[in-house]
Design a protein around this ligand. Structure first.
Ligand SMILES: [Zn+2]
Length: 128
């Protein structure tokens, strides 16, 4: 019994990790919406390990203003993975607005991380 190794979403490439997270046609459009330029050779050509290290440490901002790329990148990876699995295993259509959703999640995370609850208002009560 043969196993089809083509990408079930675009039908144009072998379904590798890099295809699923970077090279699939649908995924490419999401990265472009997040501000990755087509001319960014490191982004589009690096192997998996270099790609992860490069983007995880990048001090670049996306097209979204003050959002650091090292925040957008992992949120994008997670959302791409979840959306892809939803498409492949549950038959859902890939979300065309995923880039907006990623930006929204990063914005929410940054808001929560930068304005923690007021610790001075906490009271400690002993319980028995
Ligand atoms: Zn594909």
């Amino acid at each position: 019994m043969g196993v089809d190794d083509k990408c079930p979403i675009c039908q144009e490439g072998v379904e590798t990790v890099m295809h699923a997270l970077r090279d699939c046609l649908w995924v490419r459009s999401i990265w472009r919406h997040l501000g990755v330029l087509p001319s960014d050779q490191i982004f589009w050509r690096a192997d998996l390990q270099v790609w992860l290290v490069y983007n995880g440490n990048a001090k670049l901002n996306g097209t979204t203003g003050s959002m650091p790329w090292k925040m957008l990148f992992p949120f994008a990876l997670w959302n791409l993975w979840k959306s892809r699995n939803g498409s492949v295993f549950r038959g859902k259509n890939p979300n065309p607005d995923l880039a907006k959703e990623v930006v929204s999640q990063v914005r929410e995370f940054l808001y929560c991380a930068s304005s923690p609850r007021d610790l001075a208002r906490r009271t400690i009560k002993g319980v028995r």
